[in-house]
Design a protein around this ligand. Sequence first.
Ligand SMILES: [Zn+2]
Length: 225
Amino acid sequence: MTHLHYLNTTCSVCGESCRFTIPEGAVSVGSRDLDTRPAEPLRSTIYAWVKRCPSCGYAAPDPGRPLDRAADVVKLPRYRWQLDNRKFPAIANTFLCWSIVQEDLGSPAQAAWASLHAAWICDDEGEDVAARVCRKRAADLLHRAWDQGERLVPQDGADEALLADLLRRAGRFREARAVVAETLEKNPQPLIADIMRLQGRLIAASDRGAHTVAEARKFRRPVAP
Ligand SMILES: [Zn+2]
């Protein structure tokens, strides 16, 4: 069971006293999804990863930690529009607002992660259209991170594997297929190759569902004697 404790802090944007629930000690037991989403019990702690100040709406992993220009971003029309957007679950809006903060402060890689996390909330709430919007946004931000010479995951081929999953689950099969083909041509390390071959099969079957890294390993080709 996951134990809870509380974070008492002062919002760095508006000065409001805030109290947030924090689960502690949760780890991932079992295989992650292809988009890195951890297994339980860590999986279910997602609601506490980003917190929202109830007064000004500043959303961050720790709203008490001052972040340069965060106060300006919180006032942006697109931030206010996202904060209580009825097309998304409430917690997905919190993640998307944190994503906007990161994007505006010039960290597209972190913004992409926050948008992917928003997609996971939408998945849990059965909000398919919203989940697709979040994944499309994460894929666009990932490309922008690459343009700046940044990677979301340092390991070779891991970003490409993540991008293939974002595109497949957003229903953008043609683009996903191209990422799979390009990556396999570069002869990636075995786990990335396993994941890309699984992605190829899922795309061919128009499968937009969640699948795990363990499934990819299961289909590993036997090594020729
Ligand atoms: Zn505040």
